[in-house]
Design a protein around this ligand. Structure first.
Ligand code: NAD
Ligand code: MG
Length: 398
């Protein structure tokens, strides 16, 4: 029996994880569930799954949940705040932690799972983008096995030799005979939209991804391709790549989820339906395989697979992220924080779509002079970058 704790249980990845777990009740126990502030959604999940623990980041929400669960005589113990979230990430009874909180809020709880030596099923890319080297070193120290859930990184992981899979964060790609890691991305909903109409893009248009169903923040990131930029940084850390080894390829159909190119000319790709239940099932069962509930890919229905180079004028956020990745940890933490503020401002109608990149670029040029040696310094950089981003957002209000 594998006991798991799901951080971000009420979100898109959380729901997909529960969908997979529902197919394997004999081998997977939902031991703890965590969420931000949606009491009703977590209450429903607690009734359905009867976890030993539930945690809510919002303290008031946690109290409400506790009262509601008490009223029905539930056995679930409720924990509150970031420390409660970190606690369910490091419970001694738990084997695997699904890290699926959105954004920088996931850093502390995900790190708690890493430090506790858990198997960490990593969906929360922002945590790794923010803490990069610290995250990888912490996993080395505790012996935590990181299994990527992000579909591209999961695909790459599947295409790696076993030895490299066992050395996540420290693999030697040259020794494994690998020349390039090819990150694929669909290009999002605006791949062909005239650039001069970008300012008029609405939040509803931006979150309507052509192939994947995801939470609002990552959907906007997919539209700007900041998502691919964050994934570039994520891949740099997970697969220990040098800049020239990592490439982004636009593949609008999202059938290939990423590829590994070997020195002998071979290219290994992982293909499938665009459903997160496949990488989640793989991460839960690695090194074995189990059913995910996803329909088999029917090649007679797939049609054409096409590929193009990314156009950086269309996707300035992608080039900002690649630039930040080469600059280092303070830059990536800064960009991630600025982007979260800019995306939230766009989603609440405060700034136009094309201003997301403008805010990010401006904050990145006024990079805080800081160190990135420990979690506290990174959190300080994150806070400074958010303040700078709010100033830039203020100058661009609609
Ligand atoms: P979502 O918005 O659907 O869900 C986010 C979850 O995080 C919710 O359960 C919410 O309650 C929780 N949360 C928010 N703030 C919190 C806080 N302060 N403390 C604790 N929990 C908090 O997001 P999602 O689409 O499921 O994405 C989650 C993560 O997975 C993101 O980092 C995203 O980049 C990554 N990811 C998602 C997909 C996808 O298909 N959705 C694919 C790849 C990677
Ligand atoms: Mg992805």
């Amino acid at each position: 029996m594998q006991r798991i704790s799901i951080l971000g249980a009420t979100g898109s990845i959380g729901q997909s994880t529960l969908n997979v777990a529902a197919l394997h009740r004999e081998s997977i126990e939902i031991y703890a569930l965590g969420a931000g502030s949606n009491v009703d959604a977590l209450y429903q999940l607690c009734c359905q799954w009867q976890p030993h623990y539930a945690a809510m980041a919002n303290i008031d929400a946690a109290h409400q949940l506790e009262q509601q669960l008490k009223a029905i005589g539930s056995r679930t113990q409720v924990l509150a705040g970031e420390s409660g979230m970190a606690e369910i990430a490091s419970l001694p009874e738990v084997d695997s932690v699904m890290a699926a909180i959105v954004g920088a809020a996931g850093l502390v709880p995900t790190m708690a799972a890493v430090n506790a030596g858990k198997r960490v099923l990593l969906a929360n890319k922002e945590a790794l983008v923010m803490s990069g080297e610290l995250f990888i070193r912490a996993a080395e120290k505790s012996g935590a096995q990181i299994v990527p859930v992000d579909s591209e990184h999961n695909a790459i992981f599947q295409c790696l030799p076993v030895q490299a899979q066992q050395q996540i964060g420290a693999c030697d790609l040259d020794a494994a005979g690998i020349s390039h890691i090819l990150l694929t991305g669909s290009g999002g909903p605006f791949r062909q939209r005239p650039l001069e109409t970008f300012a008029a893009i609405t939040p509803a248009e931006a979150i309507a991804h052509p192939n994947w169903s995801m939470g609002p923040k990552i959907s906007v990131d997919s539209a700007t391709m900041m998502n691919k930029g964050l994934e570039y940084i994520e891949a740099r850390w997970l697969f220990n790549t040098r800049p020239e080894q990592l490439k982004v390829v636009i593949h609008p159909q999202s059938v290939i989820h990423s590829m590994v190119q070997y020195q002998d000319g071979s290219v290994l790709a992982q293909l499938g339906q665009p459903s997160m239940q496949t990488p989640i099932a793989y991460a839960l069962s690695y090194p074995h395989r189990m059913a995910s509930g996803v329909a088999p890919l029917d090649f007679t229905q797939v049609g054409t697979l096409s590929f193009e180079a990314p156009d950086f004028a269309r996707y300035p956020c992608l080039s900002l992220a690649i630039e930040a990745c080469h600059q280092g940890q303070v830059a990536t933490t800064t960009l991630n924080a600025a982007n979260e503020e800019a995306v939230a401002a766009f989603l609440s109608g405060r700034i136009d779509f094309d201003q997301i990149a403008a805010v990010n670029a401006q904050v990145l040029t006024t990079l805080p002079q800081a160190s990135a040696d420990d979690l506290e310094s990174l959190m300080a950089v994150d806070t400074m970058a958010r303040t700078l981003a709010q100033v830039e957002i203020g100058k661009r209000l609609r």
